[in-house]
Design a protein around this ligand. Structure first.
Ligand SMILES: [Zn+2]
Length: 389
């Protein structure tokens, strides 16, 4: 038996609707996964994630949780689901991207990455084996392999070296993962009908903007064999056109019967464009991060709530949105909260932004099912230029 099941239900060009069955519930794809960096989707209560937003899966960051509160605290709570009181699906990243983002503060070797903790300055070491151990202790339902990310502008030579290291780390991740599963280290284990009850492990395709290397990386990753496949190392400083070129070339080369996850991307329009190229899963901090700085994503483009033109505007953020914030509050009130420095401004904007990302994916799924995805995509992109008007 497998830890997850993935069934494609409808397809329109490369865009597809699937049902991803995990040991903690069923997830319709394409799906947007809110990011819960440190065991919290910033500013959003779990009740809201479950009820008004109906998020089926959220992310946790291995790097952050490992450094603080630390694995012992989470283990003694019985795993991350219990610690944060979230019984739906959880995906954890490997920490690879976070330590890579530390730049000069880290040192990469064959064995792993040495770095200084941003919390207390202590010297720490993360490797495929350590990452798998931490993710087993977290007990997430989907685990990511420990990878190395080459910068968007990396040369062919540097990217190739990095990609081959990622392949060796993927192999080591899988070996450590299998050992930990058989040792019962996974704190999130759960019996589920027709599933193994174990964690699922996803491989990550790297290769920066070099298509020949990306293709080799797909092969390397598929040869090792994973439950799902991710495209990593995009949206890290390369041109957007190059990002879509990579997705368009690589996604259709990934196994058709496994979920395809584009890591860390992006804006609502990026999501729709990536779906059109065959991607099933997304995560991004934009809805909550931008919510905290006063930016709202709407079906009529982005709007900045600080703008004086909303001072007496009684309309909701998005007249097409069914979220609890849009049902209740006006732009004028949200602007007032933001200008007054009230924390509710960040909370309400983050909530609406997540609703917009999740609803966009709902609309995408509906249009693929009804064969109207090209029309949905065209109209969605046309409306985005309206600056909220
Ligand atoms: Zn809304």
């Amino acid at each position: 038996m497998t830890p997850i099941k993935f069934d494609i239900q409808a397809q329109d060009g490369e865009a597809r609707v699937g049902v991803l069955t995990t040991r903690r519930g069923v997830i319709e794809t394409p799906v947007f996964m809110p990011v819960g960096t440190a065991g919290t989707v910033k500013g959003v209560r779990f009740e809201e994630l479950e009820e008004d937003l109906d998020a089926r899966i959220i992310l946790g960051n291995t790097y952050h949780l490992w450094l603080r509160p630390g694995i012992d605290v989470i283990k003694s709570a019985g795993g991350l689901h219990r610690f944060i009181s979230w019984d739906r699906a959880l995906l954890t990243d490997s920490g690879g991207f976070q330590v890579w983002s530390l730049g000069a503060l880290r040192k990469i070797s064959e064995e792993g990455t040495e770095f200084r903790s941003h919390v207390d300055g202590s010297l720490r070491f993360l490797s495929p084996e350590v990452s798998m151990e931490v993710q087993a202790a977290l007990g997430s339902d989907i685990v990511m392999v420990f990878d190395e990310c080459a910068p968007g502008e990396a040369s062919h030579e540097d990217t190739e070296r990095s990609m081959n290291l990622t392949a060796r780390w993927a192999q080591r991740s899988k070996i450590a993962f299998d050992r930990l599963q058989s040792e019962g280290a996974d704190t999130g284990r759960r019996e589920a009908e027709d599933l193994s009850g174990r964690q699922a492990l996803f491989g990550i395709v790297q290769g920066a903007g070099h298509l020949d290397l990306r293709r080799i990386s797909v092969e390397q990753t598929v040869n090792i064999g994973f439950d799902g496949y991710a495209i990593g190392g995009l949206s890290v400083g390369e041109e957007k056109s190059l990002m879509f070129e990579v997705i368009e070339d690589i996604a259709p080369r990934m196994p058709k019967d496994a979920p395809r996850y584009l890591m860390g991307v992006g804006t609502p329009e990026d999501l729709v464009e990536a779906v059109a190229r065959g991607v099933d899963m997304f995560d991004c901090v934009l809805p909550t991060r931008n919510g905290r700085t006063g930016q709202a994503f709407t079906s009529r483009g982005k709007l900045n709530i600080k703008n004086a033109k909303w001072i007496n505007d009684q309309r909701p953020l998005d007249e097409g949105c069914r979220c609890a914030v849009c049902k209740r509050h006006s732009r004028a009130y949200l602007r007032h909260l933001y200008i007054a420095g009230e924390m509710l401004a960040s909370i309400l904007l983050s909530h609406h932004n997540l609703a917009f990302f999740l609803d966009t994916m709902r609309g995408v799924r509906q249009s693929i099912r009804s064969g109207d995805f090209p029309k949905f995509r065209r109209e969605f992109n046309e409306r985005l230029g309206a600056n909220g008007e």
